[in-house]
Design a protein. Structure first.
Length: 245
């Protein structure tokens, strides 16, 4: 394949634009702002789970409190009934003793239930504090996520602008090449990542391999309009006045 040296050297401009497009594509894949969004999404999920866990605990404790209050109330009613009977003067000695005995055990039972209730109320109070804390944590995580998403969107918008600029540069450049040369370049770029590179200081600019003296001597004798390929990576090797031939 042949092409004017001036046309060949334009391949280096195209390669520079394509390298920038590759950098943009890579940056899009490893965007730190996106990684931060993902980290904060996981954080928000964890904090939401923590808040829900506390809410479930509070529901359980409220149910325990209602149950204990019901039991205490029932014991208290029975105590009242027993006391009323005791003071009515209408019970016999045997029943009197039974009532006193029952009152003692009811009082003991009520004390145990009341102690249990105090214990549960304390846990309920601690859970309420935990809930407030978890809610504040969740609010903070949500705010952090909104901020991170905005930074991510800004970064993506910057990449989009850069990509559009490169694509329009590429379009303008691509129009200046013969179809066969551009096709050869694109094919090489698709398979190797780089389509064309400068030959400089005996090295291929794409694979960085140093060509042996025999190869360099052969290249130096090749007509300038012949399109050369790197013997190592097959990239189009562009010769310019910087090639040092
Ligand atoms: Zn090479």
């Amino acid at each position: 394949m042949n092409a004017e040296p001036s046309i060949q050297s334009k391949l280096l401009d195209l390669a520079a634009v394509d390298a920038e497009l590759s950098r943009i594509e890579h940056r899009r894949k490893v965007l730190p702002e996106e990684q931060e969004v993902q980290r904060l999404e996981a954080e928000r999920t964890a904090r939401k789970d923590a808040a829900v866990k506390v809410e479930i605990l509070i529901d359980d404790l409220d149910r325990d409190i209602r149950k204990l209050e019901g039991e205490i109330d029932a014991v208290r009613k029975r105590e009242d009934r027993d006391r009323a009977m005791l003071t009515s003067g209408s019970v016999g000695a045997k029943q009197l003793s039974e009532l006193q005995h029952e009152l003692t055990s009811l009082e003991r039972r009520r004390k145990v239930l009341e102690d249990d209730e105090i214990d549960v109320l304390e846990r309920r109070e601690a859970a309420a504090a935990d809930h407030a804390h978890a809610g504040a944590n969740l609010d903070q995580a949500e705010q952090d996520l909104i901020d991170a998403e905005r930074r991510r969107d800004d970064a993506v918008a910057d990449l989009n602008v850069a990509q559009q600029r490169c694509e329009s540069d590429r379009k303008a450049l691509a129009g200046g090449f013969p179809a066969d040369l551009l096709a050869a370049y694109d094919k090489q770029r698709a398979s190797y990542g780089v389509g064309a590179a400068l030959l400089q200081a005996r090295r291929c600019g794409a694979c960085r391999i140093e060509l042996d003296r025999g190869e360099i001597a052969r290249i130096a004798k090749t007509a300038p309009d012949v399109v050369l390929r790197c013997p190592e990576c097959n990239s189009i090797l562009v010769r310019t006045k910087h090639s040092g031939l």
